[in-house]
Structures are given as C-alpha cells and as structure tokens.
Design a protein around this ligand. Structure first.
Ligand code: NAD
Length: 499
C-alpha cells in the first residue's frame, strides 16, 4: 500500500513514530494509502532544518524570493491537472472544483510575487533636527501552518505563500485526511528554486499539533479548521508566546428579499449549498427568505433544482458534487438530519440512503432540504458541513438581518436583492466578517484578506492579502540622527518630545 511520508529538508523522510493514519478513497470507501503521523522528535527535525535554512533565506533579496514564487506559479499551472486528480482522489470533490481549489491558492502565490513592493517600509525625513525615521518589515523566523481537509491546496498556499515570500521558513502540518497534495506543493516549491529546508511538511494529528504550539523555535502559527479546535489552538499557542491566527467553522446565511431575481438566486444558492458536498467554510447552508410568498416561491424553485442535481464519482465530469470525505463524517451528517426531524423541522428532501450504483461503499449523500427551521434548533446553530440546506423563514428585513448577526458563527453572509439601499444597510449592520451582495460565496480576492468574526475567527490578523504580510513579519522602526558636528548640548534627562 502507498505510504505518504514527511517532507523535511527538501527530501522525503519516512515516519519513525510507528503511528499511521488511513487515507481513504471517498469514491470507493476503501483505504488507498497510509500516512505517517509524526512525533515531537520528528517535528524537531523539521524545525531544525527550517531554522538553519531561514537565516540565509531571509538574506536573499525580496526580488529574488519573488522569482521563486513566479516559477512556482508556472509549475502549478503546468501541473494543474495532475494536482487536481490527486486532490480529488483523496478529498472527493469533483475535478473542476479541485482545479478551483488550486487556482485560488495560486492567486495568493501571484499576490506573493509582489513581495518587494509589499515589504517596503515607511520613511519620514526630518522628524527632528537631523533626525530621520524609517520602518522595516522583518520576517519572524520559523513559522507554522495547520490546515483542514477541505481545501488541501488553497489553504496551505494562503499561508506558506506570504510567509515564505516575507523571508520566513515554514513547517506545514496539513490535514491527515488528504495529505498528498501539500507534499506535492512542497516538492514543486523546491523545483521552483526554494532552498531545501525553507518549506517542510510534517504529517500528524493532535500530538504533533500540540508539539508545534509548544515548540520554542516556532514564532507564529496560522490555523484553519473547526471552531472548538481553533479556539484551543489559539489559547495554547498564545500561552507559549506565539503570534496566532486561527480561523474556525461557519454557518453562512443567504438572505433573499422579496424583490430578488429568484431564478438567479436559486442557481447561486444551489451551487453554494451543495458544491463540494457542502464541505466549504464559505458554503451557504442556510437560506432566509423574507415573507411567506418569497419563501413558498423559493422553496418550489429550490426543489426543482435539487431534483436535477447529479451526484457522482469525483472524476465524473457531469457530476455536480461527489462523496464526502469519510464514513465518520457521512454518519455525522446523517445524524444531524435525524436530529433536525426530531426537533421539528420539515424534511422536504432526505439525502440519507443514497447509493451510487457500482459505488455502494463510497461516502455519498444525496441532497437534503429542511424547511421551517428555527433559530433555537441545534441543527441551525451547529455547522453540519454537508449537502444539507435549511430554510429559515423571516417575516421582515430586520428579522433576517438579526439571524446571521446573532448566530455564534460569523464567517460569510450573502443578500440577494435588487434594492441597493437595503443591501447597503445590510452590509453595514450585519455582524459577519465577509458579505456578498448578490454574490453567494464572497471569498475575498487574493489582494484583500480573508477572515470571519465571532466563533469563525480567533486573532486579529486575517489570512493572505496585506494582513498575511503583517502576520508573518514584525515591524522595526529606526530613528537615526547624523549630527553635523559643533557644540555638544546639555545632557538630556527628560524623554525627547517634538515640542
Ligand atoms: P479540524 O478542526 O478537524 O482539523 C483541522 C486541523 O486541526 C487538522 O490539521 C487536524 O489534524 C488538526 N486537529 C484535529 N483535531 C485536533 C485536536 N484535537 N487538537 C489539535 N489539532 C487537531 O477541521 P477539518 O474537519 O479538517 O476541516 C473542516 C473545518 O474547517 C470546518 O469547521 C470548516 O468550517 C473549517 N474551515 C474554516 C475555514 C476558514 O477559513 N474559516 C476554511 C476551511 C475550513
């Protein structure tokens, strides 16, 4: 059976802990590979390699570091189809969506190509007599990233792109459920000219995550995953003196005002709710029509669209979505459907019991639709992370605005309307970090930054964009004086001021 090993100092390094995890083929339900799970000693080896490489990498001028990023972008494009196939075979998302996963990461690499400009500091000439002040952004040293299963290409690149371009060395701990693409990305970075040791991949579970959070050489940790773990990781890392940014789960709402173009809205909602089998932190699993007439019309059109969905293996070009990632995750989603029925929501379409002919053991689920879901239900408050769409009916704009605002998660939200005034007010008042106006999945482009509010994000700097550069650097401010000579003044015992 294929084994997936660590990537340290530019080489594949066989796991020595004796612990392994199963990597499934979600289409067939069978184990397709074993991944080594690292111990703290194996992490030490990766960190030592990173620390050694970082000192020289930080001295490489920013334009040369950017050239590595340009070459990596070219290699990503050249290898796009192979990477997408590998990604899809472990995650289960359809190939077109796997390409999107890689492409969105590639866009952060493109942003990172501009690092010479992004690292420029500020300068004030003549801040005092003969005094000039300038600031510089310097890398932190060795930094780490811990990533979730659902974007095995994009999210590692959100992190290591800016971090490495800024002059840091990086230790990546990808999800143990689909670990192959992150290793391939690291190999391509070396092929692009990155010195060995600047990017290392260490596989593992809780054990190695805790070791990362306590490691004295690691200066900052970027995490993306579910909220309870994000909060724990944030607290433990901070306790050990690290700079932390931890993105968590989500429950994004799509508000549908009575004047919305319903056909377009349904097309957007269906793609955002069921694409990637709902396993996206920016999925749209809750739709909030305003008014009974809007709700009834929307429900009818959603049903037509749901009944036309095609579920297939991830390599089927005609499939809208493929299997979910694991049997355990499938069982968890099915359990939420059961709870939804028990707590009184109306199950209009039930995706349980779906079997794809020839792939009966694959982790497939049909689409589910709940109507008359209310804000007090567990299935509304929790993140389900599967192909399950919930309709929560609201009587007014104000009620619709309050639903996402009062929800514990605050990642993304969308409003569908033709009314600019209402959309503007919604965007201004809603308590959510990323807002779409007639845009169902408002993931900011690479030169803005990504981050949710409330339980969707812990820490104050977001992912990629200028926040990514700030997260992976620290600012030094130099105040310099080059006196012309002449008389030396009195000793000054008071703090210098600009008076
Ligand atoms: P997860 O929280 O199970 O795992 C994330 C990472 O944490 C993995 O690398 C995993 O190995 C590690 N981990 C797991 N259990 C741990 C523990 N007890 N202690 C320490 N580390 C642990 O998340 P997942 O299932 O891989 O991904 C799905 C989740 O990620 C969803 O909640 C989704 O909303 C969220 N997500 C958020 C964003 C965002 O930017 N806000 C983006 C993508 C996914």
């Amino acid at each position: 059976m294929r084994s997936i090993e660590h990537f340290i100092d530019g080489k594949t390094v066989a796991g020595a802990s004796g612990r392994h995890g199963d990597v499934f083929d979600p289409n067939s339900g069978s184990v397709q590979a074993k991944v080594s799970l690292a111990s703290a000693a194996e992490l030490d080896r990766a960190v030592a390699s990173a620390a050694k490489a970082q000192a020289d990498w930080a001295k490489v001028n920013p334009q040369r570091r950017a050239r590595v990023m340009f070459e990596f972008k070219r290699l990503l494009e050249q290898n796009m189809d192979d990477l997408a196939r590998l990604l899809s075979s472990e995650h289960g998302k359809v190939l077109s969506d796997a390409r999107g996963d890689i492409q969105r990461g590639l866009e952060v690499i493109e942003f990172s190509c501009g690092i010479p400009h992004l690292l420029k500091g500020e300068y004030t000439q003549g801040a005092g007599p003969g005094i000039d002040v300038f600031s510089a952004r310097q890398p932190l040293g060795v930094v780490a990233g811990i990533t979730p299963f659902n974007f095995p290409a994009m999210i590692p690149m959100w992190m290591f792109g800016p971090a490495i371009a800024c002059g840091n060395a990086f230790v990546l701990k990808p999800s143990e459920r689909d670990p192959s693409v992150p290793v391939r990305l690291a190999e391509l970075m070396i092929e692009a000219g990155l010195p060995e040791g600047v990017l290392n991949v260490v596989h593992g579970d809780r054990e190695v995550v805790e070791a990362i959070l306590k490691h004295p050489t690691i200066k900052a940790v970027s995490f993306v995953g579910s909220s309870d773990i994000a909060q724990h990781v944030y607290a433990l890392g901070a306790q050990h003196g690290k700079r932390m940014q931890c993105m968590g789960g989500a429950k994004n709402h799509g508000i549908v005002l009575p004047d919305a173009d319903l056909d377009r809205t349904v097309a957007d909602v269906i793609g955002a709710a069921f694409g990637s089998a709902g396993e996206r932190c920016m999925a749209l699993p809750v739709v909030v029509p305003v008014g009974e007439a809007t709700a009834d019309a929307l429900r009818g059109k959603l049903l037509d669209a749901i009944d036309a969905l095609k579920i297939g293996v991830s390599t089927d070009p005609g499939a809208h979505y493929g299997p979910v990632v694991s049997a355990a995750h499938k069982a968890r989603i099915e359990d939420y459907i059961r709870i939804g029925v028990e707590e009184g929501a109306e199950l209009v379409r039930d995706g349980r019991g779906f079997a794809l002919p020839g792939h009966e053991d694959g982790f497939f689920l049909g689409p589910s639709l709940f109507d008359r879901v209310t804000a007090s239900m567990k299935t509304y408050r929790d993140e389900i992370f599967g192909p399950v769409l919930q309709i929560v009916r609201a009587d007014s704009f104000e009620e619709a605005l309050q639903l996402p605002s009062q929800h514990p998660y605050g990642n993304g939200v969308a409003i569908f309307t033709r009314n600019g005034e209402a959309a503007r007010e919604f965007a201004e008042r809603v308590e959510v970090g990323m807002v779409g106006i007639n845009v169902p999945i408002p993931v900011p482009v690479a030169y803005h930054s990504f981050g949710g509010w409330k339980r969707s994000g812990f820490g104050d700097l977001n992912q990629y964009g200028i926040d990514g550069v700030r997260f992976f650097t620290r600012t030094k401010v130099v105040t310099q004086r080059w006196p012309k000579g002449g008389a030396v003044g009195e000793h000054a015992f008071v703090i210098p001021t600009m008076r």
